[in-house]
Design a binder for this molecule. Sequence first.
Ligand code: PGA
Length: 262
Amino acid sequence: MTRKKLLIGNWKMFKTATESRTFAAALNSQAGAEANSAKGASASVDLAICPPFTALAALVDTLPAYVKVGAQNVYFEEQGAFTGEISPAMLADAGVTFAIVGHSERRTLFGETDEAVGKKAEAVVKHGLTPVICVGENLAERDANQTADVVARQTRAAIAGLSAEQVAASVVAYEPVWAIGSGRTPEPADAEAVIDGIRQIISQEKGPDSAQNVRILYGGSVKPENIAAFGAQPNIDGALVGGASLEATSFARMAAALAGGE
Ligand code: PGA
């Protein structure tokens, strides 16, 4: 069994629809080095971009077919009086493939609970989308040696409502909060140890097949220069990348590096 590598760009609250089309145009340009390295890498690395909601349609329409589109958030209800929220069915209809759930910025800035993350993962899967479940400890938790406990609690809550098969087809992203946007990263071997622990939790909860097949990414200050070292770890299946995914050149370089071509 081999898990295909996966690179997901999380644009956060950056780029208008117009700016998103410019990014897609760079990947589409026949002559461009970006296009060549990203397209070549896509044979061995799945690629996706998660833009703001307002740019989803623009990217679905303009990105090359080998780059999928994901949402950064979703609500768990089917429809109703939930002003400002977006349902999984709306995302599926818009041509979206992935939905990030439980990003630490959602948890800390917008009060998203473990329980809500679990409901979101369940709702997303029900509509045929792939959840990208984010877990990770903050600095205080790390300093208190609570990393393993925190990610275990977050992982258990997120997958509680999913079947073994649904977990196997999902994506988990281990993102230490202190590494996000900070320029600091754990040693690849340390991220590997935490991710190995996440696989063990998944094995306990859903069985060894789920644990073997679920793709688990590392995220937090990933860039073209360091992505290969994370991707070389046996349990790390790719990366969830914020800042370094905003430029087409950088995104393409990371795709190539993860594919082993840079
Ligand atoms: P960063 O963000 O790559 O800018 O650190 C990662 C994330 O928050 O997903």
